[in-house]
Design a protein around this ligand. Structure first.
Ligand SMILES: Nc1nc2c(ncn2[C@@H]2O[C@H](COP(=O)(O)OP(=O)(O)O)[C@@H](O)[C@H]2O)c(=O)[nH]1
Ligand SMILES: [Mg+2]
Length: 271
């Protein structure tokens, strides 16, 4: 007897597929990756999906490529892709805050955060939207650390350990039960994003992921996690640097201290 086959993911009801969903994708020197990403997104059976690229004036011309792709995919009366050009490299967190704000202003009911380097699986997007619509969750996290979630084999054991440790560190300090609080592949409802107040987020870099999830949890929004396979980038280089890492180490303490009513000194704004 043959083993039971895993059924293919069921398509979303057509009405759900028409939900206005904007994928916000920050780019810095992703010229080699962006065309493939855009093509994969545009081929998804999600009529309401749009792509908004947020480019920080990449020296490799990613911004120009994004404009050309927009021309290719946009049709009269149907904008499927847009580009937010910023003048200089200003950090992943700032790029996301600007792009996600723009997406909600332009009418997205849901916003999906996604890297441009192929690490996040486009074929999980429909499932994440389906989970949000079916359960009413306001934040659906594409998670490497729930059962079924997997990491690229290209990651050496020490890198896997570091990623696990970074998650345990942030979640432990903040007392959350989110398994992948550092994940950069997240689907948000527009009301949750408004409540998060992106204009007041402190994180310039990758700790944006932790800070925004923590704000959503504290505001009482429901968070769900769905397992993903996380691929290593095959082209281009990582933009993770020491300043970004230091901010990520300090941020959970600042967030906790602020939540306890003792604003950490050196914060950019009092809240
Ligand atoms: N606009 C913008 N995008 C950035 C910046 N830093 C990183 N990114 C983008 O954010 C995504 C994640 O960055 P990446 O270097 O892959 O991080 P890693 O996966 O942690 O190594 C990629 O699409 C990058 O191009 C930035 O300062 N500005
Ligand atoms: Mg990456």
């Amino acid at each position: 007897m043959s083993a039971p086959r895993t059924p293919a993911a069921a398509p979303l009801p057509a009405e759900w597929g028409r939900t206005p969903l904007t994928v916000v994708m920050p780019t810095y020197n992703e010229a080699q990756n962006l065309p493939t990403m855009a093509e994969a997104l545009m081929a998804l059976p999600l009529e309401g999906l749009r792509l908004l690229v947020v480019d920080d004036n990449s020296p490799d011309g990613t911004g120009t490529i994004a404009d050309q792709l927009s021309e290719k995919y946009n049709e009269p009366g149907r904008t499927r892709m847009g580009v937010l050009h910023r003048t200089a490299k200003d950090g992943l967190g700032r790029a996301y805050a600007a792009g996600m704000t723009r997406a909600v202003e332009e009418g997205a009911a849901y916003v999906l955060q996604m890297d441009a380097d192929g690490s996040h699986p486009t074929d999980k997007i429909a499932e994440m939207l389906g989970v949000a619509l079916a359960t009413g969750a306001d934040l659906v996290v594409g998670s490497r650390y729930v059962p079924g979630g997997t990491l690229s084999d290209a990651w050496k054991p020490h890198r896997k350990l570091l990623s696990r440790w970074a998650n345990a560190y942030a979640s432990g300090i903040l007392g959350t039960r989110v398994r992948d609080i550092t994940s950069g592949f997240n689907l948000w409802s527009a009301p949750a994003l408004r409540a998060v107040r992106l204009d007041t987020v402190d994180s310039a870099g990758y700790s944006f992921q932790v800070e925004t999830k923590y704000r959503a949890l504290r505001a009482g929004f429901t968070v769900m996690e769905v397992p993903i396979h996380f691929e290593d980038r095959t082209a281009g280089v990582s933009k993770m640097d020491l300043a970004v890492q230091l901010e990520s180490v300090a941020m959970p303490w600042r967030l906790r201290s602020r939540a306890l009513g003792h604003p950490a000194r050196g914060g950019r704004r009092a809240r």
